[in-house]
Every structure is written in structure tokens, then in C-alpha cells.
Design a protein around this ligand. Structure first.
Ligand SMILES: *[C@@H]1O[C@H](CO)[C@@H](O)[C@H](O)[C@H]1NC(C)=O
Ligand SMILES: *[C@@H]1O[C@H](CO)[C@@H](O)[C@H](O)[C@H]1NC(C)=O
Ligand SMILES: *[C@@H]1O[C@H](CO)[C@@H](O)[C@H](O)[C@H]1NC(C)=O
Length: 538
């Protein structure tokens, strides 16, 4: 009798709980995106571009922390296609990451519905095509994750927030660019810089008000420097980190990176140049747009402000000035400083060195001598269905070694809840930009020359910021710390798309032998199957 009553009350409590859970459930947002070719003339000559729902660049996604996004992507191109969500962590859910190691590509005239949550995230992100050289001609867009109403952000709400997708651009078609790379050649230097798919746009605001500029480098290969004539910029956010709000005259943004600044229109009413120009390259390409005061009668004038004369040392110093605001919260109310990442003991160190070897007479790019090749079966599916022979867990060494470069489908095995140190060693004379899917990581150090264990004494173990893409300067190193709290198969790649396409990438398999939905979601029922996974039941 007593037991029944107890059970009954448990039932009532559970029922009430589930009712309140449903009520408190995070919003579902549904999108249908049709991907087609179209024609645009961003550089003055008509060329084929990739449209999403007729738009170039693609639609801007404005969402809120913890929103569930259901995005049905319909591929009307003549080639397999995938979108990846740059900086969205896909917690427990590498099934939705949209790269060839996790997803079968969406074949022409078919579709795939991505289902993912912007769990515990806030900030400025992007999405873009991960297949072939599609990214060169569009299909990308802004993805802004706003704070929930209950979470204060550490800056006043701007009058308007503008999204600026900035990147280098080619007049050459994406297929011709791919052909260059497939035949073992390097890409030529880009033809120009676009801001939101144009060489010129105007951003208008009222004198005295403050505006946010969310800036992302969506280009293929070149770092950019961003500045606004006559105005300073207060940096407030970098890829989801709320940073110490320093003021800058100009900011370097490397390929794949995002940040947001506040700009107060505190100058005399007139129009001002907004400038983005290439950095660390022999040629300087410049795009100018306009900051228009609504009470302005005067169009832009005077010299276009120049980028800083000093290149690498200036940029490295600026990179070191980006620091976490330890008392500010991020997507959740706990202060960023409460993580004390610098006190956690690392379980393993990796040193990944990029190189540009010729393999079989073709220009390739490699990491610790391994140049990655995509398999027909996504690694994640091979892992899930226990399909042997798709990838190797021991081809890539954890530190650089001597010998010839070779091709392999390289996966680095690590354990869930490890805390790793990764050093990107760049012995080339070219700028690097490294991205990790599924995570953000602390960027604890930048240095010149060869990294050694002594380099650790200069690490920032107190207020380094977290981000998802870190630059590595020529003949230099960058060190990051990663808390491996997200099980799955995660792409670590060069954000410089040519390098990624011909081998400068691999996957990190964050693994736990115990199968548990608490650690990783199950394969989605609509997962596309391809390669050796065809016909397997999901
Ligand atoms: C394709 O779209 C339909 C709705 O039009 C949807 O029911 C189906 O799940 C989608 N296919 C995949 C693989 O997501
Ligand atoms: C850090 O964030 C707090 C809000 O938590 C803010 O009041 C403070 O001004 C910020 N400090 C800096 C240096 O940006
Ligand atoms: C797997 O689960 C068992 C039982 O819950 C636990 O004792 C063990 O530590 C787990 N192993 C790992 C690697 O998490």
C-alpha cells in the first residue's frame, strides 16, 4: 500500500518534471536551403557562384544559444556537396559536422537534413561548403549565436550589428581551381578581396551611436587586416570568447577566424573608408567599403588608411593581446575565469609540423609527413559499423620525424576527457591557420623558430582565450591546450583551403570504449550511407 503510494508520487513527480522539461525546451528552428549555381559579377565579370535559396553569400543565420536547428539542405549542383558549421561544437554529435570524414556527401538532386543544437555557445561563426573547392565561389554565410535573455553579455547592446564576410576571391571557376590542385599545381594568387560578396558596400549608422561589426575571414588563403578610417574598434568577442575589451586601430583576421568589435560613430558627419587588405603576401589586395553617417553630406575622401607596416612581429604581438575577460561569462553564467585551465595537467603533447612535399610528382601538403586522403567511407561510419581498412590509427606520429612524406587516411586516437597540448610547428615560410572541429581550445603561446619544452615558460596559463582557429606565423609555432570533452570523430585541418584539399588535415578520434548516449548520440536515422557503409542498417 505504502509502496504504491510512493510509486504513485514518483510517477506524479516524474510527470510534472517532464511537463516542465517540455515547457522549458529550447526552441526548434526549421530551414529549407536549396543549393544551386547562379551568376554574379563580384569582380565586374560574370562568373558562376553557389547560391543558397538564391542568395550569394548564403542566408545569415541568427540564432540563440541552445536553439535546435533543423536545416534541410537540397543539393541542386552537379557534384556532391556538404556544408560545415565553422565553430559550432556539435556536442556529442560529430554526425552533423558536415565534413567528408563524418558525413557522406549529399548527392546531386538529393538532400540531407542537419539536426544540431548551438549548445552552450554564443558568438560569431560561419558556415561554408566543405566539398571540393565549392567554398571558392560561395555557399558560405554568417552564423550568429545570440545570448539567451537570461544571460548578460559584457557590453551594451549595439544599435545594429553588421555581419561582414571578408575573403580573397578568384575570377577563376571553382572547377578550374580544383583542376589546378588535382593536377599537382598550386593556386595562383587571388584576384581580389570581397566584403559580403561585393567589392563595395555601405554600412550606415547614426552619429553618436555604437555599432557592432562581426568580421569573419571566409577566404581561401590570405590573412586580412581590417580597419575603419578615423575610428577605433573595441574588440569584444573572438569565436565565442568574451575578451578583455582593448581598443585597436586595425585587426588581423586569419583564414577561418571570426571576431566582433564595437565602433562608436564619434567623428564628424562624413563617410569613412572601411578597409580590408591582404597580409603576409607579396601582393596587397584591398577592398574598400563605406561607413556612412546618416547625417553625412560628404562622400569618402583622403587616403585609404594603410595596414601596419610591420607584419609578423606586429601581428604576433596583437595576437598575444587577445585575452579572456576572466570575470565575464560566455554562453553560461559561470565566469570564463572559473575554468582555471592553466592548472590542469596535460595528459599528452602532440607536435604537428606542416610541410609541402611533392608526392608522385604532385604538390601536396602534409602533417608530420602524412598527406591526408579522403576515403570513400566516412571515418565516423567506418568506426560505427566496425568496417575495417578505412583509416589508420598509427600512420601519423605524435611528433615530427625524418623521412619521405606519404599518403594515408590518418586518424589520431585520443581518449575522452584527456587534456592535451598541441603545438603547431610551422617550418615553412608561409602563414598557417589551423582549425579543429567540435571544440574550442586555449591558445596559450606564439613563438618564433622551433618549439621546445622550454617554450612552455612563456605560455599564458592565466587568461588565454579560447577559439576554434589559430594562426601560425611563418617559421614559428603556436601552442594550444584542448580539453577533450566531446566524443566523436573531429577534423583538424588547415583552414587554408588549398592546403586542406591536398592533404594538410587529419581526424582526431575522441574515444571511450563504453558506449553511452551520455557521451555520444547515436547515428541519426536519416544518416546518408555511402562507400562500404552502403546497405548497413542505421
Ligand atoms: C529530405 O527531405 C525530406 C523532406 O522533404 C525529409 O523528410 C528527409 O528526411 C530528407 N532526407 C534526409 C536524408 O535528411
Ligand atoms: C570584463 O567583463 C565585465 C563584465 O563581467 C565588465 O564589467 C568589464 O568591463 C570587462 N573588463 C574588461 C577589461 O573588458
Ligand atoms: C567504463 O564503464 C565502467 C563501468 O561504469 C567504468 O568502471 C570504467 O571506468 C569505464 N571506462 C572508461 C574508459 O570510461
Amino acid at each position: 500500500m505504502g509502496r504504491t503510494v510512493l510509486l504513485y508520487s514518483v510517477f506524479v513527480v516524474v510527470t510534472l518534471l517532464s511537463v516542465s522539461l517540455v515547457k522549458a525546451e529550447d526552441a526548434y528552428r526549421y530551414f529549407t536551403w536549396t543549393v544551386t549555381y547562379g551568376t554574379a559579377s563580384p569582380m565586374g565579370v560574370p562568373q558562376q557562384v553557389i547560391l543558397i535559396n538564391g542568395q550569394f553569400p548564403g542566408p545569415r543565420l541568427d540564432v540563440v544559444t541552445n536553439d535546435n536547428l533543423i536545416i534541410n539542405v537540397i543539393n541542386k549542383l552537379d557534384a556532391p556537396f556538404l556544408l560545415t558549421w565553422n565553430g559550432i561544437k556539435q556536442r556529442k554529435n560529430s554526425w552533423q559536422d558536415g565534413v567528408l570524414g563524418t558525413n557522406c556527401p549529399i548527392l546531386p538532386n538529393s538532400n540531407f537534413t542537419y539536426k544540431f543544437q548551438t549548445k552552450d555557445q554564443i558568438g560569431t561563426y560561419t558556415y561554408f561548403p566543405s566539398t571540393f573547392m565549392h567554398k571558392a565561389v560561395g555557399g558560405f554565410g554568417g552564423l550568429n549565436v545570440y545570448a539567451r535573455s537570461v544571460i548578460p553579455v559584457p557590453y551594451p547592446t549595439p544599435a545594429v550589428d553588421f555581419t561582414l564576410l571578408i575573403g580573397d576571391w578568384y575570377k577563376t571557376s571553382h572547377k578550374a581551381l580544383q583542376q589546378f590542385l588535382d593536377s599537382g599545381k598550386s593556386l595562383p594568387f587571388p584576384d581580389g578581396i570581397l566584403i559580403n560578396g561585393k567589392t563595395q558596400s555601405t554600412f550606415s549608422g547614426d552619429q553618436g551611436k555604437t555599432y557592432m561589426f562581426r568580421i569573419s575571414n571566409v577566404g581561401l588563403s590570405t590573412s586580412i587586416n581590417f580597419r575603419i578610417q578615423g575610428h577605433t574598434m573595441k574588440l569584444v568577442e573572438v569565436e565565442g570568447s568574451h575578451v578583455v575589451q582593448n581598443t585597436y586601430d586595425s585587426l588581423d583576421v586569419h583564414v577561418g577566424q571570426s571576431l566582433s568589435v564595437l565602433v562608436t560613430l564619434n567623428q564628424s558627419p562624413k563617410d569613412y573608408y572601411i578597409v580590408a587588405s591582404t597580409r603576409f603576401a607579396k601582393q596587397v589586395l584591398t577592398a574598400t567599403s563605406v561607413l556612412h553617417y546618416t547625417n553625412s553630406q560628404t562622400s569618402v575622401s583622403g587616403p585609404v588608411p594603410a595596414s601596419p607596416a610591420d607584419q609578423i612581429q606586429w601581428s604576433m604581438n596583437q595576437a598575444r593581446s587577445l585575452r579572456w575577460n576572466l570575470t565575464a561569462n560566455a554562453a553560461r553564467p559561470n565566469p570564463q575565469g572559473s575554468y582555471h585551465y592553466g592548472k590542469i595537467t596535460t595528459t599528452k603533447t602532440f607536435v604537428f609540423a606542416n610541410s609541402a612535399p611533392l608526392i608522385n610528382g604532385k604538390q601536396r601538403y602534409a602533417v608530420n609527413r602524412v598527406s591526408y586522403i579522403n576515403p570513400d567511407t566516412p571515418l565516423k561510419l567506418a568506426d560505427y559499423f566496425n568496417i575495417p581498412g578505412v583509416f589508420s590509427l598509427d600512420s601519423i606520429q605524435s611528433v615530427p620525424s625524418d623521412g619521405h612524406a606519404f599518403l594515408a587516411t590518418s586518424v589520431v586516437p585520443v581518449s575522452l576527457h584527456d587534456f592535451i597540448e598541441v603545438v603547431f610547428q610551422n617550418n615553412e615560410n608561409a602563414m598557417q591557420s589551423w582549425h579543429l572541429d567540435g571544440y574550442d581550445f586555449w591558445v596559450v603561446g606564439y613563438g618564433s623558430g622551433q618549439w621546445s619544452s622550454a617554450s612552455r615558460t612563456a605560455y599564458n596559463l592565466d587568461d588565454a582565450l579560447t577559439r576554434h582557429t589559430a594562426q601560425v606565423y611563418p617559421n614559428s609555432w603556436t601552442a594550444i591546450l584542448v580539453s577533450l570533452d566531446n566524443q566523436g570523430m573531429w577534423n583538424m585541418r588547415s583552414a587554408i583551403w588549398e592546403r586542406q584539399y591536398v592533404g594538410q588535415q587529419f581526424y582526431l578520434r575522441v574515444f571511450n570504449p563504453n558506449h553511452s548516449l551520455a557521451n555520444e548520440y547515436d547515428i541519426p536515422p536519416n544518416a546518408l550511407l555511402c562507400g562500404k557503409a552502403v546497405g548497413r542498417h542505421s
